[in-house]
Design a protein around this ligand. Structure first.
Ligand SMILES: NC(=O)c1ccc[n+]([C@@H]2O[C@H](COP(=O)([O-])OP(=O)(O)OC[C@H]3O[C@@H](n4cnc5c(N)ncnc54)[C@H](O)[C@@H]3O)[C@@H](O)[C@H]2O)c1
Length: 248
């Protein structure tokens, strides 16, 4: 129980990677704050007796974000771990992408992370002198998005890549700023992982060193390292968990 009584906010906890992260954190004793647009019923069903708080709403709304952090602190007294995981991925190309598509991905994948970091750190993590912030980026934020099997629909769009590149830069900025308060900030960059976001896309994994789709647990184990007290000398890192697709 490495995280006994620590409080972890996980966005996008109703499904996929966020669900698995919540389950693994809870297994280590964390009290999990489940944030999503959609019901977290399935996740709650996997938590057993673990302490949890469900907060349903839109993370693009600054008032909702503040309310989540306030509810967590009112109920449990602190916030030790923040996992900015919720994400959307438009697959339209740059010719057909609308401003609405662009804003949705940028606001969900990047703006919301800024809002949560601000609300969790000031004052809670800063005053406690401790925090673990983990931002879920993507290999698309490093390489501009894979083209899978020649199927144009399999490639995440320009807004997605830009938002994920942005969150990597934000991770580094925040790590430099907050290290002095005992707060680390790192990122996990998944490759193709079997979740709702990739459902219906035929990924060709034969060019990966490990020829299979990732599973949410593959990503969650990496998050668990960054979320642990044992990772206290590690900050500003971007850990690719991608079956080796990004080996040069
Ligand atoms: N699955 C992959 O192949 C892959 C690869 C690289 C990165 N990622 C990243 O992993 C993260 C998790 O995605 P996933 O694969 O588990 O997808 P998913 O679709 O299963 O889960 C995303 C969750 O985010 C929630 N969400 C979306 N917009 C929201 C909003 N505005 N407010 C609150 N909740 C919202 C959804 O309801 C959903 O439960 C995302 O940031 C995604 O970009 C996934």
């Amino acid at each position: 129980m490495k995280m006994e009584n620590e409080v972890a906010i996980i966005t996008g906890a109703a499904n996929g990677i966020g669900q698995e992260v919540a389950v693994q954190l809870a297994k280590e004793g964390a009290r999990v704050v489940l944030v999503d647009l959609n019901s977290c019923e399935k996740t709650i069903g996997l938590l057993g007796d673990a302490e949890h708080l469900e907060c349903l709403g839109d993370i693009r709304d600054p008032e909702f974000v503040k309310a989540v952090v306030n509810r967590a602190v009112e109920k449990y007294g602190s916030v030790e771990i923040l996992v900015n995981n919720a994400g959307t991925a438009s697959r339209k190309n740059i010719e057909t992408m609308t401003l609405e598509d662009w804003d949705r991905d940028l606001d969900t994948n990047l703006k919301a992370a800024f809002l949560f970091i601000q609300a969790a750190v000031y004052p809670h993590m800063k005053e406690a002198g401790y925090g673990r912030i983990i931002n879920i980026s993507s290999v698309s934020g490093i390489n501009g998005g894979v083209v899978s099997g020649g199927d144009e629909n399999g490639r995440s769009g320009p807004a997605y890549s830009a938002s994920k590149g942005g969150i990597i830069a934000l991770t580094k900025w925040v790590a430099k700023e907050l290290g002095k308060y005992g707060i680390t900030c790192n990122s996990v960059a998944p490759g193709a992982t079997a979740t709702g976001i990739t459902a219906g896309v035929a990924y060709d994994t034969s060019n990966q060193v490990i020829d299979r789709m990732g599973q949410p647990s593959d990503i969650a184990y990496a998050v668990m390292y960054f979320a642990s007290r044992e990772s206290s000398y590690t900050t500003s890192q971007v850990l690719k968990v991608d079956g080796g697709i990004s080996i040069g």
